[in-house]
Design a protein. Sequence first.
Length: 157
Amino acid sequence: MKNIIHLLILLLAFTSCQEVEFAKKPKPLLDEDTMVEIITDMVIYDAAFSVNEFQLRKFDKDLNQFLIYKYEIDSIVLAKNIAFYNEQYDQNLNIYKRVGENIDQKRDYFDSIRKVNDSIQRAKNERKRDATDKSEAKLNLLKNENNFFKNQQDADK
């Protein structure tokens, strides 16, 4: 009975093992710089889509069409390259580190543009307010002059 159990365990161990297939080096293999740019675009698109899906749907374009057009690759080449780099731990780690740096740089760039636009808008608002204040001051001055002359005329009578 013990031999049968050992035989079943041994048989189970041999039949339950799987052969792991690794992704083959795709043709064409996209270089790391291109993968960084593609994944950066994917992250930005995903973030924009999660923030305002309706606006992106108005353009009637999806991410695959955008990437195919911009990088002149098809979705199969992209999928094979992503699968290949996912198995290359050090390269993949480097790619995603660089993607994070790209996102930070782009965020800083757009934040600086937003700050400049905010400053311009603030200056325009101050100019409008100053112009309004000057107009009110002139109006008050004219009213005071008018009252002064009325008082002068009343005093002369």
